[in-house]
Design a protein around this ligand. Structure first.
Ligand SMILES: Cc1cc2nc3c(=O)[nH]c(=O)nc-3n(C[C@H](O)[C@H](O)[C@H](O)COP(=O)(O)OP(=O)(O)OC[C@H]3O[C@@H](n4cnc5c(N)ncnc54)[C@H](O)[C@@H]3O)c2cc1C
Ligand code: FES
Length: 267
C-alpha cells in the first residue's frame, strides 16, 4: 500500500561525486519489495525541480534506501543533502520482480546505477538459499557502485568498457558466453543494454525480466507520461505495468525514452 510521507535523511554515503546512497528513517515499515520504486523530492526544494524523481528501492523496511547517480538538478540536490534534511517519499510503487523460475539459475545483469533493484533482489534470493550469478558492467571501474554488496550474495563477474576493471567490453559479451537453456535472467540498466539482453534471451528462449527506467511524472498511472511501446502494439505504462516486466512484452526496437505524442514533459 503506497504512502506519502515526509522522512528525514538518516545518512548519505558517497562513492565519489557521482554515486550516493541515501538512507531515510521511517516510523513504520515501508513494505517495499525488490524492484519497486519510490518518488523522491526534497521537502524544502521550493519550486524547482517541480516533480519528484523516481528511484528504485535499494532496501525497504524501516530504513529505506536509494542509490542515486547525479545526472541533473534533482539528483544533484539529493547528492548534497545532509542528515536530517526532510524528503517527501511516495511509495512503494510499481510491480516488483517476479519470483525466480524453479530449477533455473538466476543471472542478474546490471549496468551502472541499474544495480540498485538487483542488489535488493540478490539479497532476497540469498535469504531463500539461492546464489545468483551477477554480471555487472560500467564504462569504467568508477561506474560500479555497490559491487561489494552484489558480491556478498552473488558470484560476481565485472566488465568495463575501458578495461579498467574485469573483462574489457560489455555485460552482453559476458552474457552471450554464459547463455544456456537453464538460466533465468533479471536485468536493469541503460535501455540499449536491456534491449540487447532481451534480444539474446529471446533468441535462446531464456526467461528475462527487465526493470524499465522510463522518465516518469506521477509514478502511479495518472499522467500517462511513461508510455513504452508494447511488443504486440499499443503502449504499456512503466509505472503501473512495470517497472519490472517480462522483456517479451516490451518493444525495444522503438526508442522507449522518446516522448509519446501528447505525454507531459517531465519537469
Ligand atoms: C522506475 C525508475 C527507477 C529508477 N531508479 C533509479 C535509481 O535507482 N537510481 C538513479 O540514479 N536513477 C534512477 N532512475 C532514473 C532517475 O529517476 C533519473 O535519473 C532522475 O529522475 C533524473 O533527475 P534529475 O533532476 O537529476 O535530472 P533531469 O534534469 O531530470 O535530467 C537530466 C538528464 O537525465 C536524463 N534522464 C532523466 N531521467 C531519465 C531516465 N529515467 N532515464 C534516462 N535518462 C533520464 C534527462 O533526459 C536529461 O538528459 C529511475 C527511473 C525510474 C523510472
Ligand atoms: S508516470 Fe504518470 S502514468 Fe506513469
Amino acid at each position: 500500500m503506497k504512502r506519502l510521507e515526509v522522512l528525514p535523511l538518516l545518512r548519505r554515503e558517497s562513492m565519489g561525486d557521482a554515486y550516493h546512497v541515501l538512507t531515510f528513517e521511517a516510523a513504520v515499515d515501508t513494505g517495499a519489495s525488490a524492484g519497486q520504486f519510490v518518488m523522491v523530492r526534497g521537502a524544502e526544494w521550493g519550486d524547482a525541480p517541480l516533480l519528484p524523481r523516481p528511484m528504485s528501492y535499494l532496501s525497504g523496511g524501516r530504513t529505506p534506501s536509494i542509490l542515486i547517480k547525479v545526472v541533473g538538478e534533482g539528483t544533484l540536490r539529493m547528492a548534497r543533502a545532509e542528515p536530517g534534511e526532510p524528503f517527501t517519499l511516495l511509495g512503494p510503487l510499481g510491480r516488483p520482480w517476479r519470483g525466480a523460475h524453479p530449477g533455473r539459475r538466476p543471472v542478474l545483469v546490471a549496468g551502472g546505477v541499474g544495480v540498485a533493484p538487483l542488489v535488493f533482489l540478490a539479497r532476497d534470493m540469498a535469504k531463500s538459499g539461492l546464489r545468483p550469478l551477477a554480471i555487472y558492467g560500467g564504462r569504467t571501474a568508477r561506474d560500479l557502485p555497490l559491487d561489494d554488496e552484489l558480491a556478498e550474495s552473488c558470484e560476481l563477474v565485472v566488465t568495463t568498457e575501458d578495461g579498467s576493471r574485469g573483462r574489457r567490453g560489455r555485460v552482453t559479451d559476458e552474457l552471450l558466453e554464459r547463455l544456456s537453456a537453464d538460466i533465468d535472467v533479471f536485468t536493469c540498466g541503460p535501455d540499449r543494454m536491456m534491449a540487447k539482453v532481451a534480444e539474446l534471451c529471446r533468441e535462446r528462449d531464456v526467461p528475462c525480466a527487465v526493470s524499465l527506467e522510463t522518465p516518469m511524472a506521477c509514478g502511479y498511472g495518472v499522467c500517462l507520461g511513461c508510455a513504452v511501446p508494447r511488443e504486440e502494439g499499443g503502449y504499456l505504462y512503466a509505472c503501473v505495468d512495470g517497472p519490472c516486466i517480462d522483456a517479451r512484452q516490451v518493444s525495444f526496437s522503438s526508442d522507449s525514452h522518446a516522448p509519446v505524442k501528447g505525454a507531459p514533459r517531465v519537469l
